[in-house]
Design a protein around this ligand. Structure first.
Ligand SMILES: [Zn+2]
Length: 446
């Protein structure tokens, strides 16, 4: 049997008898209402750990703070260091925390996952980015919105269920993970590859990313980052006809991209509810281009024919596309360019690929969140999908858990901005919605 909490985390709550006649959802809502100040304090405490990534500072003390807190509510705590993953060093260890509390009977497992890393503060702040100031119903700080406010709401939701003894069935898990801002390989990616998100162990996952309190994010588009190098033949710059200029080959390729590929991608509209609307199509970004030799410090040209030109591209693809086609249509353009210029060749290297992932709108986690969003906020939920990826990719690809969404407080546009904040009312509402969804999905409502 799981340990019961040694200390009541809600000491100011009305006595049990005053609330027990009400239904379990009403009881958990009352608990969370009473924990408002505690929720704000917790979110502020999390913001005050400057868990800046890169390089990945203060991860261990932050996740230990979460683990020690949830242990007091009877959760079993595991710390998992992502040894060997990118960025993991003794100076900056990639440490994650997973807290689990089993209910009194078998049922399904609901997992709340939040990343603890934040991007650098940057310029333009009018408040201390790691101070956690509270003003006018908002909590300010780097990560307040993305996504320590959401993580704090998930923790308080889990604690309220435990404190009310409402975990009749299944299990509840909360994880604080690292490196989401840099791809998640040392965080959810590592956990998912090592069985922590296996289907059977975990059934439903809610990631409280800042999608706004009435929106459920079903998934995200896929990504393919690739490096292209065109190669030609070097020669004297005064006699370009004696060499093969790789920059001109790249120009041919870019012309085909503009005239053929980009219009074709714009014509593909996805059924994924991506926001903003421009992301409802397949897209291609040209990230960087470098051609020819390095210019001299004095500004003199490299006196040769450019025999190399490199390009990094970022192709975002939709559920209606498959990866082989995505790659093949780039290769087809490259082959045409190559045929048109004798001596020109190319090499295409993959940098990173993640398939698009989308949970269906009628999936259990979506329908349950829809129901409680309506009950708590008095308006219907909206479904969205993200233009860029987040940790859902690892859960779907390595864990095989398909009933996964992002849902949490905070306005996405504020993420990574100066004076980032989260609305306290939104944190509180999302904590209630997550708690009620967890009760329903674990089977604890009978
Ligand atoms: Zn985030």
């Amino acid at each position: 049997m799981p340990q019961r909490p040694a200390v009541d985390p809600f000491p100011n709550d009305p006595p049990e008898t005053a609330v027990s006649p009400r239904d379990p959802v009403a009881r958990v809502f009352a608990r969370i209402e009473a924990a408002r100040d505690d929720l704000v304090a917790l979110a502020g405490d999390l913001v005050r750990f400057p868990t800046v990534n890169p390089p990945g500072e203060n991860y261990r003390p932050c996740v230990e703070f979460i683990g020690e807190r949830l242990a007091r509510s009877g959760f079993e705590i595991d710390y998992v260091r992502a040894l060997g993953e990118p960025g993991d060093t003794d100076a900056h260890p990639r440490v994650n925390v997973i807290a689990r509390r089993d209910g009194r009977a078998p049922g399904r497992t609901v997992h709340f996952n939040g990343h603890v890393d934040v991007v650098e503060a940057g310029r333009g702040w009018t408040r201390d980015p790691f101070g956690g100031a509270v003003e006018d119903g908002r909590l300010y700080g780097r990560g307040a919105c993305d996504m320590k406010g959401g993580l704090a709401a998930a923790i308080v939701a889990a604690e309220a269920i435990a404190a009310e003894g409402l975990d009749a069935a299944g299990a509840l898990e909360v994880s604080g993970t690292v490196d989401e801002e840099s791809g998640g390989f040392g965080g959810v990616g590592h956990l998912a590859r090592n069985g922590w998100f296996d289907r059977g162990r975990v059934d439903h996952v809610i990631i409280p990313e800042p999608l706004d309190v009435d929106r459920v994010c079903l998934g995200h588009r896929g990504v393919w980052w690739a490096k292209l190098e065109m190669t030609g033949r070097i020669g004297h710059g005064s006699m370009p006809f004696l060499g093969v200029n790789a920059i001109r080959g790249m120009a041919d390729f870019l012309a085909l991209v503009e005239t053929e590929l980009v219009p074709r991608l714009a014509g593909r509209r996805t059924r994924m509810p991506c926001v903003p609307d421009g992301a409802r199509h397949a897209t291609l970004n040209l990230n960087s281009i470098h051609g020819g030799g390095v210019e001299q410090a004095e500004g003199l040209p490299a006196p040769v024919i450019a025999d190399s030109c490199r390009l990094v591209l970022d192709r975002r693809y939709i559920v209606e596309e498959d990866f082989d086609t995505v790659r093949a249509e780039i290769v087809e353009l490259l082959e045409r360019v190559k045929r048109g210029r004798t001596g020109l060749d190319y090499r295409l290297d993959e940098l990173m690929t993640f398939a698009p992932t989308m949970t269906e709108p009628d999936a259990p986690v979506v329908r349950t969140l829809d129901h409680y969003i309506h009950r708590v906020l008095g308006r219907p939920s909206r479904h969205v999908a993200s233009p860029g990826t987040y940790d859902q990719k690892h859960i779907a690809r390595f864990g095989g858990v398909v009933d996964c969404v992002a849902y949490g407080p905070g306005i996405l546009d504020l993420a990574h901005q100066p004076d980032e904040y989260v609305e306290i009312d939104a944190m509180l509402a999302s904590a209630k919605i997550m708690a009620a969804a967890a009760l329903s999905l674990t089977g604890s409502l009978g």
